[in-house]
Design a protein around this ligand. Structure first.
Ligand SMILES: [Zn+2]
Length: 212
């Protein structure tokens, strides 16, 4: 509410060119550099995290309570999902597709007050066929508090940090799972989530992130 009132007096301006009206204008959004192809074929990322506009907006979303910032990326990410579903039509068939946001630990969720990946998944759903797609925030839970990935410099430590931290709350009913996260760097978080889901017999898992 407070944010809405504030927004009326200080409307968003584009992080790229300063134009009033949105956090990233359509033109700047179109000009964002694409992410380099991910290390893993089952991860699709849209934009290069090195780009300062991408980085600033994601940081605003995560750390500055700029929740509506996810709207900037939700449509583009939904398009990437639609394209992927078209390409993999043979494998996916008529199965239900669950968007599964990477969960935060209880402590972090409480501190932040929201999970940016969940907001993103819900934003994406507006552009997807609701008879086929759903957002499932209960399937995957984060069990233990880990040090924020960004605070760990070494890749091997990042991987260790996440070992076994997610838990699937049920086994597969035949759905496809699309993991949703804001950023992937080494892929460690997504790999940890994926291996837990595979153990719960989910056999089609793909991940979509804003940036890499
Ligand atoms: Zn702009």
């Amino acid at each position: 509410m407070f944010e809405t009132i504030l927004g009326a007096f200080f409307p968003d301006s584009c992080l790229g060119c300063g134009e009033r009206g949105s956090l990233l204008c359509a033109e700047c959004l179109r000009s964002l550099p694409q992410a380099s192809s991910a290390e893993f074929s089952w991860i699709t990322s849209l934009y290069a995290y090195q780009d300062s506009r991408v980085r600033s907006l994601i940081k605003k979303i995560k750390f500055k309570n700029t929740r509506h910032g996810v709207e900037v990326f939700a449509e583009a990410l939904a398009w990437a999902v639609t394209e992927y579903v078209g390409e993999e039509a043979m494998l996916i068939g008529k199965r239900t597709i669950c968007l599964v946001p990477i969960p935060l630990s209880k402590k972090r969720a409480k501190m932040r007050g929201y999970n940016q990946s969940e907001l993103l998944a819900r934003g994406m759903l507006k552009y997807l066929d609701r008879d086929r797609f759903c957002v499932d925030t209960k399937l995957l839970v984060k069990e233990v508090e880990t040090t924020a990935q960004a605070d760990i410099k070494r890749k091997s430590e990042r991987l260790m940090n996440l070992g076994g931290c997610f838990r699937a709350t049920r086994v597969s009913r035949g759905e496809c799972i699309f993991l949703i996260d804001d950023v992937t760097t080494t892929g460690a978080t997504l790999r940890a989530a994926r291996s837990e889901l595979r153990a719960a017999r989910f056999n089609h898992i793909h991940a979509f992130t804003i940036a890499h």
